[in-house]
Design a protein around this ligand. Structure first.
Ligand SMILES: Nc1ncnc2c1ncn2[C@@H]1O[C@H](COP(=O)(O)OP(=O)(O)OP(=O)(O)O)[C@@H](O)[C@H]1O
Length: 368
């Protein structure tokens, strides 16, 4: 029997932390990915000092997961957000991956730069963020990119979700490698979208263990050493939360705005608020909110249900005086299509239409 996200989370609930909480109840598990017998996730500690004290917790989590049937490999990265109490510098430690950056030229220290710069040939950069992991930010990014391309826009997608780069899989590019002449990288293309992902520069299953400055350098390279060509819009799929990548992107590139993805539950909305706060502090305009996993329509009987509630994100947008950009239904096709490397927005049907409407709204508003 294959391990699933649910069985993994069940095991992780058994990993106790000091003070009586566990890894799941303390909301420290990020970017959980269970695929082909490999379990990967990030433990996000509140600060570097706590991160250093989590070796026993990591070991216990690894022991429990390895005992699950169908699990061949477990990769855990422990991280603490930049600037958190006790963190002299952004900290990332890893159990696997041996600490070395990828052998390719990606992942170097940043070159000095006065302030945010435009990316040559790219008219707009849109950051797609979320406060919480697993709300469908990567799914939304790939499908929105495809929907925009279908409406005639020249679209690029940069997968900067270093903890769990999923765009190569979602866009059917697994196994393909971009070519590099040592100076510039030739991006890949899928469904009319120009694609680059840090995941494409790493060996399969390799955990990213770069520290803050290294990350900043890698992101700078992704922006400036990739042959993006002429683009109307470059979508950047950010990792969940409010960490180094968000900070680096907004410091290095002239980001036109951020779109925040959330599910309707209160707990996701609380985290979404944090993400909005961060973009405000970074002086990056928040262009609006999108509700994912909104209404569930039963494929058999057409009955509509609101598994995670409905309308929470629209209400939040109104409360924060931000535009509500649209909603994407919860639909099994979205997941199957993403897992199968053929985004649902590339086809026809109600979900593809929902992404089409979102794309049209952004184009009409001059955002894409
Ligand atoms: N509207 C939807 N309907 C059904 N399944 C969805 C929907 N949106 C996303 N999913 C599924 O939910 C899971 C998480 O989505 P995704 O990886 O896009 O989230 P994320 O926010 O990018 O997560 P991470 O924290 O890993 O970056 C995936 O299996 C995806 O296929």
């Amino acid at each position: 029997m294959a391990a699933t996200r649910e069985t993994v989370l069940f095991e992780l609930q058994k990993v106790a932390l000091a003070g009586g909480a566990n890894l799941v109840s303390a909301d420290m598990v990020r970017a959980l990915n269970v695929e082909n017998g490999v379990v990967r996730f990030v433990i996000e500690a509140p600060d570097a000092e706590s991160a250093r004290g989590l070796a026993a917790v990591e070991a216990e989590a690894e022991r429990l997961l390895r005992a699950l049937p169908g699990v061949d490999k477990v990769q855990i990265v422990t991280t603490a957000p930049a600037g958190a109490r006790g963190a002299a510098a952004p900290q990332v430690t890893a159990r696997s991956g041996a600490g070395a950056p990828p052998s390719l030229t990606i992942g170097r220290h940043p070159t000095p730069q006065a302030g945010p710069l435009p990316v040559s040939g790219v008219a707009r950069i849109l950051a797609i963020g979320s406060g919480k992991g697993g709300v469908g930010k990567s799914t939304l990014t790939s499908n929105l990119a495809v929907a925009l391309a279908r409406q005639g826009r020249r679209v690029g997608l940069l997968d900067a979700d270093i903890y769990g780069p999923s765009q190569p899989r979602m866009l059917g590019l697994t196994g393909q490698r971009p070519k590099s002449d040592g100076q510039m990288i030739e991006p890949l293309h899928a469904y009319g979208v120009t694609v680059m992902s840090l995941g494409l520069m790493m060996k399969e299953g390799e955990a990213v263990v770069w520290r803050g400055p290294m990350l900043m350098g890698a992101l700078q390279q992704m922006l400036n050493q990739v042959k993006w060509g002429e683009l109307d819009v470059l979508l950047v799929d950010l990792p969940p939360g409010t960490g180094d990548v968000q900070l680096s992107l907004c410091q290095k590139a002239q980001v036109s705005g951020a779109i925040i993805v959330s599910t309707p539950q209160d707990v996701a909305l609380i985290d979404a608020r944090r993400a909005i706060d961060m973009f405000n502090k970074l002086k990056t305009p928040v262009l609006g909110l999108v509700e994912n996993m909104s209404t569930y329509i039963c494929p058999n009987c057409g009955h509509e249900a609101h598994l995670f509630g409905h309308g929470g994100v629209a209400a939040e947008a109104a409360a924060l005086d931000l535009p509500f950009l649209g909603e994407i239904p919860l639909n099994i096709e979205v997941r199957l299509a993403g897992d199968g490397g053929a985004p649902v927005a590339a086809g026809d049907g109600p979900v593809a239409d929902a992404f089409g409407r979102l794309a049209a709204r952004l184009i009409a508003g001059g955002m894409a």
